[in-house]
Design a binder for this molecule. Structure first.
Ligand code: CP
Ligand code: NVA
Length: 342
């Protein structure tokens, strides 16, 4: 029996190392079959709903392409143009939609809202990003890491994540490291703040016993001999986009940028650079977000969390990560919707 059948995909820590490796294996097969024009359509007549409370390019398109490739029908629902959470409770919305659809993706603010959907849905619910977690992203990242880890197993790599360690990418990478047991350095001037959030409290409890997870503000130690360096935006979608908060973040993180010097400090000319995207690396693109004063005060001419030079370099595997979202999301969908694995 397929261990994923009829299960939700809410966070990585609901799964074992064996499960995660199995999902990666299914993704590899789906990727191979798609590239070789031999993909079997296994979701014909299935109806899928994608609910978005926050913006998306990659995740939405990956879910939609996964549906098209597999023969499923798909509805995109922007929460603002629906009754969900306003005229109609999450509990009622879940019961109504799970009588209409076979699978439901939710991207929203709170993990606890996603859990309400899951509790009252009769169908698999997939997390397309919450403030706390982004598990479909990390699954795509693990596939990408595997594709670039030919001489080692994934549990033998060192991954350094630099920047905002209180966001969904960082927290999901921690979950991945706890499960898979790869070495994870979180390089940041911050500490992880739980703020009474039970999911984050749980992570903090678990990392106490993990000697492969290190939190440091020392860039030299954190990056040395890393196989992969990963960064994400300094201000995430769940946060207020005020100039004041931006300036606060820039002040905290401006020395924690992925740039050429950081790559040199890794002492690994083949270090691979990762970013979940979208990223603020192009001056002409992000300059409209800030005042001229902020740009000159913090010398924001060469990217924010990553420079354009590194973004465009041969070390970058960023676009491969984005593409791999199709294959890993498809693996999650087919595995949770079908009795038999793809
Ligand atoms: N990485 C990611 O989730 O991108 P989107 O916000 O475009 O979906
Ligand atoms: N931390 C980012 C990830 C985007 C994919 C955000 O939540 O905005």
């Amino acid at each position: 029996m397929n261990q994923f059948y009829n299960k939700h995909f809410l966070k990585l820590s609901d799964f074992s190392k064996k499960d995660i490796f199995e999902l990666i294996k299914i993704s590899e097969k789906l990727k191979y079959d798609k590239k070789n024009f031999q993909e079997k359509k296994t979701l014909i007549n299935k109806n899928i709903i994608l609910i978005f409370e926050k913006n998306s390019t990659r995740t939405r398109c990956s879910f939609e392409i996964a549906c098209f490739d597999q023969g499923a029908n798909v509805t995109y629902l922007d929460i603002k143009n629906s009754h969900i959470g306003y005229k109609e409770s999450l509990k009622d919305s879940a019961r109504i939609l799970s009588n209409m659809y076979n699978g439901l993706q939710y991207r929203g603010k709170y993990q606890k809202n996603l859990e309400i959907f899951a509790k009252y849905s009769k169908i698999p619910v997939w997390n397309g990003l919450t403030n706390e977690f982004h598990p479909t992203q990390i699954l795509a990242d693990l596939l990408t890491i595997k594709e670039h880890t030919k001489n080692k197993n994934i549990d033998q790599i060192k991954l350094s994540y630099i920047g905002d360690i209180n966001n969904n990418i960082s927290l999901s990478l921690i979950e991945a490291s706890i499960i898979i047991d790869f070495e994870l350095y979180l390089i940041s001037p911050q500490k992880i703040e739980a703020n009474n959030n039970p999911y984050i409290n749980n992570i903090l409890k678990k990392i106490k016993n993990k000697n492969k997870i290190h939190i440091t503000n020392n860039i030299d130690i954190g990056i040395k001999n890393a196989d992969f360096v990963y960064t994400d935006v300094w201000l995430s979608m769940g946060e207020k986009t005020s100039l004041k908060l931006w300036e606060k973040k820039i002040k905290i993180f401006s020395n924690y940028q992925v740039n050429k010097l950081l790559l040199i400090k890794s002492n690994n000319p083949n270090i691979k650079v990762m970013h979940c995207l979208p990223s603020l690396h192009l001056y002409n693109h992000y300059k409209k977000l800030f005042t001229k004063e902020i740009i000159s005060k913090y010398k924001l001419f060469n990217g924010l969390e990553i420079t354009n030079e590194v973004f465009e370099s041969n070390n970058s595997i960023i676009f491969q990560q984005a593409e791999n979202k199709i294959h890993t999301i498809k693996a999650v969908m087919t595995s949770t919707l079908l009795k038999k694995k793809y």
